[in-house]
Design a protein around this ligand. Structure first.
Ligand code: HEC
Ligand code: HEC
Length: 361
């Protein structure tokens, strides 16, 4: 056994000389395909504003297919009358995460619960479950779609499951990196291949952005600069304070930065930590980071080149990288190779209300 330990130790030395440790990159494995009828239903519900309290907000208000399934803004708008304090995440590949949201407060494999959080939360869609179910029951086409998908009438739970099924279809398709990892050496340009070598080696990105999703699915503090709009704009600050008070995080009125995972765990060691974002489709999802404070991939690479930001809890994995200008450029080229064919879905024609005969449903 001693000999084995020494052998493993030797591999460690060899690895650290060549490349930063981290999970090897891998092609994205397919998800188990959801039922077609549930996806069709989920797609309509996704685009339907009748799922929000005021009938004016739908999922695509903040997750628009034409802006990478985010909203293209640094900070998300919230439900009318409020503003949110974080960036609206892309939905591409969201179904692969072990934990969802920037602070991981939702358990990943439980997408229906995440959808419920979105529908009912004051800052997202603020709807009463019974209200929107009554609305759906007054739309004959929905009655038929629920029958086909779930053998039953519209209910809260079936709505959640339908949208969750749709979310599972929003995945990377035919990305150059996947073709490359499956053996097609020409799928990446020479520059992107140089960028990949830096990603695995000198730049050390793979320490946190490894595996098929290009994330370790863990939480780290990088010292991303706070977005001052959260403290300067009253509507955002109100949402921010209400949010952390609801989580029971102490002294929320004194926070001058987003404490991230700490708000969920209340463990000082988690202050300022956020979930490592997947880098798949990243060329489509600007601006970057939990608060959208970095506008472009060039800015992101410059941020890491400086060794990240100033933060008491900063990850020891970040250090100045001393990248040359051409190294920064090829690293960005590599990041662009992580996007596949655009996932474009046309907004479906939404079925209308039809008054019911008295006594029906
Ligand atoms: C008012 C804006 C808004 C609306 C409407 C909205 N979202 Fe979101 N969504 C966000 C924001 C902001 C986040 C990130 C929240 C956080 O980290 O605190 C998010 C996160 C998510 C995530 C997690 C992604 C990940 O990487 O973990 C999923 C999935 C999601 N939304 C799906 C939906 C669905 C489905 C709907 C419709 C039922 C919806 N959203 C409606 C703003 C919105
Ligand atoms: C210590 C772990 C760690 C290392 C090393 C690391 N990252 Fe990250 N990365 C993260 C975390 C955590 C986030 C989310 C941070 C946040 O939102 O505040 C992130 C976010 C990003 C984003 C933004 C994604 C989005 O959708 O907003 C990009 C791009 C990125 N990293 C690229 C890189 C590159 C390129 C490198 C190497 C130069 C690198 N990262 C090294 C942990 C790391």
């Amino acid at each position: 056994m001693k000999g084995f330990g020494a052998f493993v130790g030797l591999i460690g030395v060899v690895l650290s000389a060549g490349a930063a440790a981290g999970q090897a990159l891998a092609p994205l494995p397919p998800l188990e395909p959801p039922k077609k009828e549930q996806v069709e239903l989920g797609k309509s519900l996704f685009f339907d504003p009748r799922l929000s309290g005021d009938g004016g907000v739908s999922c695509d208000s903040c997750h628009d297919p034409t802006t990478g399934w985010g909203d293209g803004k640094a900070l998300s708008t919230g439900y009318p009358g409020s503003e949110y304090f974080r960036n609206a995440q892309t939905l591409l590949n969201a179904a692969y995460y072990k934990r969802n949201y920037w602070d991981g407060r939702m358990a990943g494999p439980d997408l229906p619960t995440l959808v419920r959080d979105h529908l009912t939360e004051a800052h997202f869609m603020q709807v009463d479950g019974r209200l929107f179910v009554e609305r759906l029951r007054q739309v004959p086409e929905y009655e038929q779609m629920f029958q086909k998908a779930f053998n039953g009438e519209p209910t809260f739970g079936r709505t959640l499951n339908g949208i969750a099924a749709f979310l599972k279809t929003l995945t990377s398709r035919n990305a150059p990196i996947d073709r490359y990892l499956k053996g097609d050496a020409t799928a990446l340009s020479a520059e992107a291949r140089e960028g990949l070598a830096l990603f695995r080696g000198k730049a050390g990105c793979i320490q946190c952005h490894g595996g098929a999703l290009l994330t370790d699915q863990k939480f780290h503090a990088l010292g991303v600069p706070p977005n001052q709009a959260v403290f300067a704009e009253p509507l955002r600050h109100i949402t921010f304070r209400r949010f952390f008070r609801t989580l029971g995080a102490p002294n929320a009125e004194n926070y001058r930065e987003d404490p991230g995972l700490y708000g969920v765990t209340k463990d000082r060691a988690d202050w300022g930590k956020f979930r490592t974002a997947s880098l798949r489709e990243v060329s489509r999802t600007a601006p970057y980071m939990h608060n959208g404070s970095l506008a472009t991939l060039e800015e992101v690479v410059a941020f890491y080149d400086r060794g990240g930001g100033q933060h008491g809890n900063k990850s020891p994995l970040l250090r100045p990288l001393n990248l040359t200008e051409s190294e920064k450029r090829v690293l960005v080229e590599f990041l662009k190779s992580l996007s596949g064919d655009p996932v474009v879905i046309e907004r479906p024609e939404l079925p209308d209300y039809k008054p019911r005969k008295l006594g029906q449903n």
